[in-house]
Design a protein around this ligand. Structure first.
Ligand SMILES: Nc1ncnc2c1ncn2[C@@H]1O[C@H](COP(=O)(O)OP(=O)(O)OP(=O)(O)O)[C@@H](O)[C@H]1O
Length: 250
């Protein structure tokens, strides 16, 4: 009997003969904030892409509830993917479109809503991330922190069960990075969204994570998953070292 929203079973990931990480086994609980951590190149982004069905594992399975994300027909996978809202590294917006048009894109593609209803949804999501009133703004007129918020709002328009954020704070100053942490906590509280987060920021990990998992690039597997406090107190040595670094923003 499976518990948890996502169930990762004996997964190995990589390309061709090159295995990046193997024997991954863990669950993501509904409503939790799970951080994927590890040094550069250990496979954090790859794991996130795999968890949302954009990458296939070399071996093993990823289940969303009881559905295998990599087994069914392409159409079934398309439906499953809509449970995920994804903000990729960089979180780029279309610079030639207004903020509102950026948010309408996924709605036009995947919802049956009327134009007026789509606009309401987009404005509501902008308000959720603290950007009410910026529907008609062009991305070039926004600050880096605001652009990240718009990208998060866009990943929320289809009401995903799981929000996946790949280094959302990269390029932000410490104040805006901390504000983004607060936003992530608020979204979980108000929407109940499950959040999977890739971050290099130790401060961010302690601020938001219910649990964090560590991908070890030397052992090429996941060596720990627990609360950040437990990992710092009695995790494997490299994980403790990772968490003891001077907090910094990537
Ligand atoms: N499409 C691809 N084909 C082949 N190799 C890839 C591909 N994408 C990533 N890699 C390699 O897989 C490894 C893991 O990459 P990934 O981006 O997942 O790491 P990461 O932990 O997210 O790194 P960073 O912290 O630097 O963003 C890297 O060595 C990368 O070069």
């Amino acid at each position: 009997m499976m518990t948890g929203l996502l169930h990762i079973q004996d997964v190995s990931m990589g390309w061709g003969e090159r295995v990046i990480s193997r024997d991954l086994n863990f669950e993501v609980q509904r409503g939790e904030i799970l951080v994927i951590m590890g040094t550069s190149g250990c496979g954090k982004s790859t794991l996130m892409r795999l968890l949302v069905g954009l990458e296939r594992p070399i071996k093993g399975h990823v289940f969303f509830e009881d559905s295998d994300l990599h087994q069914g027909e392409p159409q079934a996978l398309d439906v499953l993917r809509r449970h995920f809202g994804v903000m990729f590294q960089g979180g780029a917006l279309w610079s030639s479109m207004t903020v509102g048009e950026n948010l309408l894109l996924p709605l036009r593609l995947f919802s049956q809503l009327s134009t007026a209803a789509m606009r309401q949804v987009a404005e509501f999501k902008l308000a959720l991330v603290g950007l009410q009133g910026s529907y008609d703004a062009m991305p070039a007129t926004l600050s880096g922190g605001m652009i990240k918020r718009v990208a998060i709002a866009r990943s929320l328009v289809l009401n995903p069960d799981v929000l996946c954020l790949d280094e959302p704070a990269s390029g932000l100053d410490p104040v805006n990075a901390a504000r983004l942490d607060e936003l992530i906590l608020a979204l979980r509280e108000h929407l109940g969204t499950t959040v999977i987060l890739v971050t290099h920021s130790v401060e961010g990990i302690f601020a938001v994570a219910d649990r964090a998992l560590y991908l070890d690039d030397q052992l090429k597997t996941m060596t720990a998953i627990d609360t950040p406090q437990a990992l710092l107190a009695h995790g494997p040595e490299r994980v403790r070292e990772f968490l003891q670094r001077t907090p910094h923003k990537s």
